[in-house]
Design a protein around this ligand. Structure first.
Ligand SMILES: [Zn+2]
Length: 271
C-alpha cells in the first residue's frame, strides 16, 4: 500500500477516532496523531490518539531525524513548510587535504547527501543470531553536487545520524500504522514501552527487511501490514519504505501479536 502524500491530495485521508493515548493509554488531554509525521508529508491522522506527555516525547524522537538526517531530502521534495524549517541549515563534516576535520553548515538544497538511512539487522525476534550490521546508507542527491563538493570541500562528508532515534521513529510509525489498520482492540502491541523508552530492546522488533535494498519506485512512502506466523503466534509486522522514490532501504517493524478474534477476521478477509 502506498501512504498517501499530502501534496498529492488524491484521496481524502482516513480518520479513526481512538479516544485514548495509543502509547500510554491515558484519556487526558488527547490530541490527533499523525500516523506518518507531517514533516514527511503524512496526512493520515488518528483522532484523539496521543496525550500531551507522549506527544512531546514522540516529537523529540522525530525532530532529529526530520531536521538533520532528512532535511535535504525534505527540502528537495518541498516538504519544508515553514520559514524556520527552510532556513535550517544542515551540518556536515569533512576531512580536508591536511587531514583536519571541519564542520560545515550547508544549504540543504546544495547538500550532496540527500538523506541518510541506517542499516540494521532484521528484527532479532526473527533472527536469533545478531549480524554485525552497523552501517548506514547515504542517498547521493546528484553526481554534480558531489563532484562540486569534492572539488571545493573534500573527499568525505559526514552528516548527522542517530541510529537509535531513527529506529524509535520507525517503531512509532509502525505502531501508529497498525492501530490505523487494525484498531486498538485487535492486537497486543509490543512497541509502546519501547517508544516511551521504558524498555530498551528495540532491535528485537525493529530492523531492516531481509532484502533491504530495493529499486526506486514512483511512490514516496510504501507500507504493508502483514501477519507472520512465528513460533506458534500470529505476529503483526509492518514493512515500511520511506522515500521509496529514491533507492531507500526497506524496514521491518514487528508491532504486536494478533488477538484470537482478529485471527478469525484476518482469515475471513482472505476469502
Ligand atoms: Zn500518553
Amino acid at each position: 500500500m502506498t501512504i498517501r502524500f499530502k501534496k498529492e491530495n488524491l484521496t481524502p485521508p482516513t480518520f479513526r477516532n481512538i479516544g485514548k493515548c495509543i502509547y500510554c493509554g491515558s484519556e487526558d488531554t488527547l490530541s490527533d496523531e499523525h500516523i506518518l509525521p507531517e514533516g514527511l508529508g503524512g496526512c493520515h491522522v488518528l483522532r484523539n490518539a496521543s496525550c500531551e506527555k507522549c506527544r512531546k516525547h514522540t516529537a523529540t524522537i522525530e525532530s532529529f531525524v526530520l531536521g538533520q538526517m532528512f532535511n535535504p531530502i525534505r527540502a528537495r521534495m518541498g516538504l519544508l513548510k515553514n520559514k524556520r524549517a527552510k532556513k535550517r541549515i544542515a551540518h556536515a563534516k569533512t576531512v580536508d587535504a591536511y587531514g583536519q576535520v571541519r564542520t560545515l553548515r550547508i544549504d540543504p538544497l546544495k547538500s550532496p547527501v540527500a538523506g541518510v538511512f541506517p542499516i540494521y539487522a532484521p528484527p532479532l525476534l526473527f533472527n536469533s543470531k545478531h549480524v554485525g550490521y552497523g552501517e548506514s546508507y547515504a542517498i547521493i542527491s546528484s553526481e554534480s553536487l558531489w563532484d562540486e563538493w569534492k572539488e571545493t570541500t573534500g573527499n568525505t562528508i559526514q552528516v548527522g545520524m542517530n541510529r537509535k532515534r531513527f529506529a524509535l521513529m520507525l517503531a512509532k510509525i509502525g505502531h501508529a500504522l497498525t492501530v490505523g489498520e487494525l484498531g486498538t482492540d485487535s492486537f497486543d502491541p509490543f512497541l509502546p514501552p519501547i517508544i516511551l523508552e521504558k524498555q530498551s530492546d528495540i532491535y528485537r522488533f525493529v530492523g531492516c527487511y531481509y532484502q533491504w535494498l530495493s529499486p526506486a519506485t514512483d511512490d514516496y512512502h510504501k507500507y504493508d501490514v502483514q501477519i507472520r506466523h512465528h513460533d506458534g503466534e500470529d505476529l503483526v509486522s509492518v514493512k515500511l519504505r520511506l522515500f521509496a522514490n529514491v533507492k531507500s532501504p526497506t524496514y521491518l517493524i514487528v508491532t504486536g501479536r494478533l488477538r484470537m478474534a482478529t485471527r478469525v477476521w484476518s482469515h475471513a478477509s482472505e476469502l
